[in-house]
Write a protein that binds this ligand. Sequence first.
Ligand code: 13P
Length: 253
Amino acid sequence: MAYTMPRIKFVAGNWKMHGNLASNLALLTAVRSGAASLGGQVAVCVPYPYLAQAQALLAGSNVAWGAQDVSEHAQGAYTGEVSAAMLNDFGCRYAIVGHSERRSFYGDTDTVVAAKFMAALKAGLTPILCVGETLAEREAGITAEVVIRQMEAVMAVAGMAALGEAVVAYEPVWAIGTGKTATPAQAQEVHAMIRARVARDDAAVAEGLQILYGGSVKPSNARELFGQPDIDGGLIGGASLVADDFLGICAAG
Ligand code: 13P
């Protein structure tokens, strides 16, 4: 697909369940200063207890902060859950929804993911919607079917205008934390397929949609991945815990 102008690369770090006040201080301070000269959009998605620390250390910088999940409910008797409005209170801009670890370990179905997506949007957050196939699904030749099903579950509930407000991340489950990165061609194929599916319903939304790749992205493979026409940035796990690696990936955009 030919674009009239390159998209601004968006690189988000997903810390998962890592960090403590002391290590976060060093990491956030380094990312804040290292990202100052980067033109791209950068965000870090931190564990809930550290949102306040991210708010304090990143305010006024060009690094946004986000959460790794959000409740599908607006408020009420949901012990342990965190609402999108609470996240918004912190100046939190992003919430990851549908990460494969939530889907596989915590039972987040397509329906729940769509509800979380809507809850985030309604509270003024930008959802980062994760989709991706397992190794067994890839080997069974149903990657396209799985990813399109995950996309359509949200498209049906949210509508195309809402999808246009979001960020999508393609994260093949077999590439997450395994060191096995999808080849640029494999990733591009799925990204193009996602964009084509969105274009069937709304060409303008498809053209503007930021589709990130996630799964063992490192400074050494980021440039080639981000150079693919339909890869608009990355969602970075392990490498986002090392400031130089994360900033190296951001710079590759
Ligand atoms: P890794 O970069 O550690 O493979 O994790 C990817 C991921 O799950 C980001 O959300």
